[in-house]
Write a protein that binds this ligand. Structure first.
Ligand SMILES: Nc1ncnc2c1ncn2[C@@H]1O[C@H](COP(=O)(O)OP(=O)(O)O)[C@@H](O)[C@H]1O
Ligand SMILES: [Mg+2]
Length: 205
């Protein structure tokens, strides 16, 4: 399934990837599969590295955005359609820019998902550890693979209640997204609304 009702279609119709890259845009993030550049202050361009399988990550992300909805994932406004017709997927996508700050994201998470004080103490309120075990806990409830044997993940999962987390679990069960790797840098806060959203959701389970 390919994203259809793109908002801002006309706003982005002038985007030309080759011209964009020729102007030496500011690289402000890079992961294992993508380089991420600033675009018009409110957006980022995510460029798949390599020429082969890595481009699938952008295709998965486009499809997963539709499945996760903008409640749980940074919005995707446009992508390289010239490539999506082929088998590799889009070289670039235009995504909403959000605030990536592990501590700020953890504070949002604590408001959305009750995590026992004793657990938070055990994790030293360290955002990296909190999100790591949170993602293991999601894995526990959304797959039957149980890739983490950590008891703490089960304890976090046992406490899952509330509309936000229930909705997220529901989406994760339906979407082809791997929740095992939702570490702290793969989340961000949408500044206009204060919502916690995923920014890196192109990995397939
Ligand atoms: N929508 C976004 N808003 C702000 N920063 C982003 C956004 N998407 C990615 N980044 C930054 O770029 C980095 C790499 O992007 P990511 O999607 O995680 O790529 P990869 O799949 O290669 O890990 C992120 O850790 C983050 O710092
Ligand atoms: Mg990443």
């Amino acid at each position: 399934m390919i994203l259809t009702n793109l908002l801002f279609e006309s706003y982005f119709q002038d985007f030309n990837f080759d011209e964009f890259m020729a102007r030496n845009p500011v690289l402000f993030g890079s992961g294992q599969t993508r380089d991420v550049y600033e675009y018009k202050t409110d957006f980022v361009i995510k460029v798949a590295l390599g020429n082969n399988g890595e481009k699938h990550i952008n295709l998965n992300e486009v499809n997963n955005h539709e499945c996760l909805t903008e409640k749980y994932s940074a919005k995707i406004f446009d992508y390289d359609r010239s490539v999506i017709a082929g088998f590799q997927g889009p070289k670039w996508i235009i995504m909403e820019r959000v605030k990536v700050n592990p501590y700020g994201s953890m504070m949002k998470l604590e408001k959305l998902v009750p995590i026992d004080d004793a657990i938070m103490l055990e994790l030293k309120r360290d955002p990296d550890r909190v999100f790591m075990y949170f993602s293991f806990a999601l894995d526990v409830v959304t797959t039957n693979k149980r890739r983490s044997k950590q008891a703490i993940a089960q304890r976090i999962a046992d406490g899952f209640k509330g509309e936000w987390i229930k909705g997220l679990i529901d989406r994760l069960k339906k979407c082809e997204v791997d929740s095992f790797d939702f570490h702290s840098l793969n989340w961000g806060v949408r500044e206009s609304t204060g919502e916690l959203v995923l920014i890196d959701y192109g990995d397939k389970i």
